[in-house]
Structure formats: structure tokens, C-alpha cells
Design a protein around this ligand. Structure first.
Ligand code: PLP
Ligand code: ZN
Length: 393
């Protein structure tokens, strides 16, 4: 089966190339490259009904993904995570139509498994032997995991103060881990040097075109799980914001195919008060964000001081009539506890941040009582022992 990819296209200029070549950033303007598909051909090849019969992983949307040959897919059961109704368990929020998409149930305990499954599958398809990436924590674990499954070497650079489990999982999977005194941005500089010197493939987020495609399946699943109807709002905890760009692109593709009708949901960015560059840029009406000095939050996935795809995140938020909001760690910790006690969902602090934001946006009247609202819980609390110790003591 050939893939339905028509071209790899620059997100900023007009550069494009054929699928099947190894690409990183746009060779002309150094912006992220995105994957385009022949949506009419996908529409002829599959139906909602045929997808419904397939196994419950993100690869049920194989035609919407770039891997040319199914034998190259590296899968450990990622995706098709439950969409759990929580409105009636949390009546004080005043949002009866509230769902949590629980992506903490993925392999390696975060939604990074989606990006890694797709990214490593494409690396395998393209004959790449070694990949390298900087990470705030969970991406390191996920790429180490899928690299191990595919027999591809993985080089990871991670901040020293990322959750301890993120260091340990990379080591257990046999990845080469370099610990960095500093943030993901400092880890990025180190990885760039390693790539220049050793010829590793740069798998940093949005520096290759396929990780985002895996994350896109979050949007496809939300549409399918809601009966191919779009919710009114989706709240996403944004670090690099790639999951949000992915959801946006996935829903735009479904809309272009006529598989979903009406407006796209309002896409809402949630960040931590200690690191909120995209929220600041949104408030100031800017098209790109500035480097956030002194980034600090226990939501390690949100500790990204400057995102390469910030302009795409801001575009997605503005074009869908969404908004951006920063919440405190104290409030997110309390919400993590409330969610666990009322619903049994063991959410990462990043996921709890979206619940905090939903409560505040409802109070402010930005969300209406009857809005159908989906929160993305991007990880499991099992990966946040340090944060849990703060919250529970
Ligand atoms: C990486 C991560 C995020 C942020 O994801 P982006 O796509 O980079 O915005 C949020 N939550 C968790 C748990 C993460 O691991
Ligand atoms: Zn370009």
C-alpha cells in the first residue's frame, strides 16, 4: 500500500518536496515541514464504518498517516484512549458536558507515544539508524521505547531536574542519555552539536515532519469517539504545542473530507504561570512568542521557554476563536487531587492544568454551561512522583 502523502510542504514559505525523502526543517527558511495528503483518495479508500471495525490503536487511521508500508509500523498499542465523561462527577464546575481524553493510558504513560510511534516508524521506513532529540522528559521515554522496539539507536538530552522516572526509563530502554544543567532549550543546543558531529537524525519536535502526524490522531479519535461531531472546545496543555497543531490539522482534514460538519472546536492553549510564552504572545496580539526567562513549573511537559511552532499554535487558536490561559501549579495540584478523588482519573499535572483552566474559563463566561468541552490529559500521574509528593504532603 503506498501512502496517501502527496508532498512535504513548508509551514511558512512555498518550498515543497516529494514524500519518501529524509527531511528536517525547510531548507529555504528553516521552518517546520508539514505533511499533505490526497484527501479524496483517502475518502475513496476508507469509510467511518470500515475504521470502526479496526483494532483500537491510532493506526486504525493508517491512511491518514505517512507510513508507506504497514510492515514498517512500530506499534505497542498506542492511541484510541478512552474519552471519559466527567461533567456529572464535577458538578461544581458547571460544565455538564465535559470529557477527559485520557492519554495517560498510552505506552510510556504519555501521549508522546503517538508521536514516537509515527516518527520511529518513518525513521525505520527511511532507513535511519540513529535518532537524537532534546526532551523535557516524556518524549525521551517514548522515543527510547519505540527506538528499542525498532532497533534504532536513540540519543536523548534531558534537563537534570526532569522527573527521575524520565531519566530511568531512557536508561532502561538502552538509550544514550545526556543530562543537562538547564532547560529543554539547553538540551536542544547539546543535541544540535551531537547531530553535526555524529550524523544522527534530528528528531526534535517539529524538526522532522512525522511526529506531529502521530499526535494528529488525537483529533481524529476525538471526532470518532464523539460520533463524528465536533465538540465546542478542546483544552490542550501546551509545551511545544505540537499536539494542538496536530489536532487542528487532523480536524481540518476531516472537515475538508466532509467527515465532520460545522465549525472547528475552539482550540484553547493552557500553560503554567511559571512558563507561559504562548499565552503572553496571544494576549499581546503577537504572531510569535518570546523566550520565557526562568521557566519553572512542576508540569515538566510545559517547561518549554520557546516553541519552534509557536506561530502555528497561535494561528490555530486565533482561527478557531480559541483563547490562551495560564494557571498556577497550586491550582493544578488541587485539581489533580479532585479529579482523582471524583473520577478515578490519575492525571498528570499538565492534564490537571486543563481542568483548572476549564473551571476558570467557565467562571469568566468564556465557556458556556452547555458547551461540549474536551480536556486532553496528556500523561499519567505515575510519572510525577516529585509533584505528587508536593501535592499529597
Ligand atoms: C510533552 C508534554 C506536553 C506538551 O506537549 P506539546 O505537544 O509539546 O505541547 C504536555 N503534557 C505532557 C504530559 C507532555 O509530556
Ligand atoms: Zn520554508
Amino acid at each position: 500500500m503506498p501512502s496517501y502523502v502527496t508532498s512535504i510542504t513548508c509551514s511558512r514559505c512555498n518550498w515543497r518536496c516529494d514524500p519518501g525523502t529524509i527531511q528536517n526543517l525547510c531548507p529555504v527558511c528553516a521552518s517546520p515541514l508539514l505533511v499533505d495528503y490526497d484527501l479524496e483518495a483517502i475518502d475513496r479508500a476508507v469509510t467511518k464504518q470500515s475504521i470502526a471495525q479496526r483494532p483500537p490503536t491510532m493506526w486504525r487511521y493508517e491512511e491518514f498517516l505517512p507510513v508507506p508500508d504497514p510492515r514498517q509500523i512500530v506499534s505497542l498499542g498506542e492511541g484510541f484512549t478512552p474519552l471519559i465523561a466527567v461533567g456529572s462527577a464535577l458538578t461544581e464546575l458547571g460544565l455538564p458536558n465535559l470529557w477527559v481524553k485520557d492519554d495517560g493510558l498510552n505506552p510510556t504513560g504519555s501521549f508522546k507515544a503517538r508521536g514516537a510511534s509515527c516518527g520511529i516508524s518513518m525513521a525505520k521506513a527511511l532507513g535511519i539508524k540513529a535518532v537524537a532529540l532534546p526532551t523535557a522528559g516524556n518524549a525521551g521515554g517514548a522515543w527510547s521505547c519505540y527506538g528499542a522496539a525498532a532497533g534504532i539507536a536513540v540519543h536523548v538530552a534531558m534537563p537534570e531536574d526532569a522527573p527521575a522516572i524520565n531519566h530511568l526509563e531512557c536508561k532502561l530502554y538502552g538509550a544514550q542519555l545526556t543530562v543537562v544543567k538547564g532547560l529543554i532549550s539547553d538540551a536542544g543546543k547539546l543535541i544540535a552539536k551531537g547531530i553535526r558531529e555524529n550524523g544522527w537524525f534530528d528528531a526534535a519536535t517539529l524538526k522532522e515532519p512525522y511526529r506531529i502526524e502521530g499526535k494528529k490522531t488525537l483529533g481524529l479519535e476525538i471526532a470518532e469517539q464523539m460520533g463524528w461531531q465536533m465538540p465546542d472546545a478542546i483544552l490542550y496543555p501546551a509545551g511545544g504545542g505540537v499536539g494542538l497543531i496536530g489536532i487542528w490539522r487532523g480536524l481540518l482534514q476531516l472537515q475538508a473530507m466532509g467527515w465532520v460538519k460545522g465549525n472547528l472546536p475552539r482550540l484553547i492553549v493552557v500553560q503554567a504561570e511559571g512558563c507561559a510564552p504562548i499565552v503572553k504572545a496571544f494576549r499581546e496580539g503577537k504572531a510569535i512568542s518570546e523566550f520565557w526567562e526562568g521557566a519553572s513549573t512542576f508540569s515538566s511537559g510545559l517547561r518549554v521557554p520557546k516553541a519552534l511552532g509557536d506561530f502555528l499554535v497561535l494561528q490555530a487558536v486565533r482561527e478557531t476563536g480559541g483563547t490562551a490561559i495560564a494557571v498556577s501549579d497550586a491550582d493544578s495540584g488541587a485539581m489533580m487531587q479532585l479529579l482523582a478523588r471524583r473520577t478515578g482519573i490519575f492525571a498528570a499535572p499538565e492534564g490537571a492544568a486543563t481542568l483548572t483552566a476549564a473551571a476558570q474559563l467557565r467562571e469568566q463566561g468564556v465557556l458556556a454551561p452547555n458547551d461540549r468541552v474536551v480536556l486532553i490529559n496528556t500523561g499519567t500521574a505515575l510519572k510525577y512522583q516529585e509533584a505528587l509528593e508536593q501535592i499529597c504532603n
